[in-house]
Design a protein around this ligand. Structure first.
Ligand SMILES: Nc1nc2c(c(=O)[nH]1)N[C@H]1C(S)=C(S)[C@@H](COP(=O)(O)OP(=O)(O)OC[C@H]3O[C@@H](n4cnc5c(N)ncnc54)[C@H](O)[C@@H]3O)O[C@H]1N2
Ligand code: MOO
Length: 403
């Protein structure tokens, strides 16, 4: 059977994948989300002229070296002095406090001496010195954060300072994870030798969450035709944006995902990709939901989630389009043999870096069941279909594993 090129599979999976609808969220819940509409400042910051230092608010014209001023009052942050500074007066002021009317400079306290209510100026005041002007950070009505921006921790503080307790962000895609296989048991529950411990949901779930999805574990299905069909229908009815299955994707008698999806009317736009690991990958649509069928082998499931699920989630969550295959430059530290028709994503280690180029050596075992090798890898060494043999020192492409 002809295998679909990776680029074509990606194009199918990302076709029509546009940002989901907007929702209002409190700032705490908005970190990492994408703004659906701009944040407009509800007030200027600072909202009034304020002092940047602890000292005395004065009229600069009165406060030359040696001037002795009368202490008239105090302006603290949150407790402004409600009068105007008169000629010959100083007002005690603290950082962040509103500048009293009449004053046009701050003399910092280190540049004064004080005896009771008499303040002697040791360093001449300069008009405007140590004053933060109203609106100096941002003005009321201005756009402080544009639509489309991914909200950083710093952005949350800025939105709060702009007097916004909530922001309008793109809804998180909901990803439902379904595992398949009679052999699967949860970790820590006493698996027998003929059983396999469910691991894929942990790596795939973590990647999905990191990409911006809300992840729901929809449980494990037995290798039974009717049960699989019924459970997949229920999973699709659960209104997930992306249903991710793992396992049961290949051609064995117990690989039931593709026939079940077909029976439910899902047209598989992708089924079998020229990819290693991950050949049995499948993708289809059902109403507004997308279905990604990942192979059961744990390394294959992880690599396919990285290559296909992450960009899909990012598109739906409104993130700016990033390259789907985030290739970085590398140099081979060991030879690799010629490749066949499947684009290969070999688990590899980075031995060092020179001028931003990683020195890369494929790990000796490339079995797609081996999680210890995947965990040890620093990157995937990407080999194009039918690439000729590579020699030590040749340039190569890698994808860094940064999860
Ligand atoms: N005759 C052929 N056999 C196979 C082919 C093929 O083209 N012809 N493809 C192989 C490739 S490539 C892969 S990848 C695997 C994937 O097959 P399935 O998606 O059907 O996966 P399963 O058979 O269900 O499981 C494979 C393996 O992975 C374990 N597994 C499954 N789910 C999980 C999970 N959630 N957590 C941890 N481990 C899991 C399962 O127990 C099996 O050991 O097919 C090849 N065969
Ligand atoms: O594609 Mo399978 O993932 O080669 O083992």
């Amino acid at each position: 059977m002809a295998l679909m090129p990776v680029a074509d599979a990606l194009a199918q999976i990302l076709a029509d994948a546009a940002p989901l609808e907007a929702e209002r969220e409190p700032l705490d819940a908005a970190h990492g989300r994408v703004l659906a509409s701009p944040v407009i400042a509800g007030r200027s910051t600072p909202a009034a002229d304020v002092s940047a230092m602890d000292g005395y608010a004065v009229r600069a014209v009165d406060a030359g070296v040696g001037a002795v001023l009368n202490l008239a009052g105090e302006s603290a942050a949150g407790r402004p002095w409600p009068h105007a500074v008169q000629p010959g007066q100083a007002v005690r002021i603290f950082t962040g406090a509103v500048l009293p009317a009449g004053a046009d400079a701050i003399v910092i306290q280190e540049d004064t001496t004080r005896a009771g209510d008499r303040v002697t100026v040791l360093e001449a005041a300069q008009p405007g010195r140590h004053i933060r002007r109203a609106g100096g950070d941002f003005a009321a009505g201005s756009v402080v954060l544009p639509a489309g921006r991914r909200l950083s921790a710093r952005d949350l503080a800025l939105a709060a300072a702009a007097d916004r307790a909530e922001v309008e962000v793109i809804r998180r895609p909901v990803v439902g994870l379904v595992s398949t296989g009679d052999e699967l048991v949860r970790p820590g529950t006493g698996a027998n030798a003929h059983q396999v411990i469910l691991s894929n949901i942990y790596s795939v779930g973590a990647l999905a969450r990191e990409a911006g999805a809300e992840v729901r574990d929809l449980g494990t299905l037995p290798d039974d035709d009717a049960a699989t069909r019924q459970a997949l229908r229920a999973a699709l009815d659960a209104e997930v944006d992306i249903l991710v299955t793992t396992g049961g994707a290949s051609v064995g008698d117990h690989d039931l995902v593709a026939p079940s999806l077909t029976a439910l009317g899902v047209d598989l736009a992708v089924h079998k990709v020229a990819l290693r690991p991950g050949k049995p990958l499948m993708f289809g649509r059902h109403g507004a939901s997308r279905i990604l069928g990942l192979p059961g082998n744990p390394v294959s499931a992880h690599v396919c989630a990285l290559l296909f699920l992450v960009p899909l989630i990012r598109r739906l969550a409104g993130h700016a389009a990033a390259p789907c295959l985030p290739l970085a430059p590398g140099r081979l530290a060991a030879g690799v043999k010629a490749n066949d028709q499947r684009m290969d994503f070999m688990r590899a280690e980075i031995l060092g870096e020179k001028d931003g180029i990683a020195l890369v050596r494929p790990l000796p075992v490339q079995d797609s069941s081996m999680l210890s090798v995947l965990a040890r890898a620093d990157c995937l060494l990407v080999r194009a279909p039918f690439a000729s043999a590579g020699m030590e020192g040749d340039r190569c492409d890698i994808i860094r594993l940064e999860d």
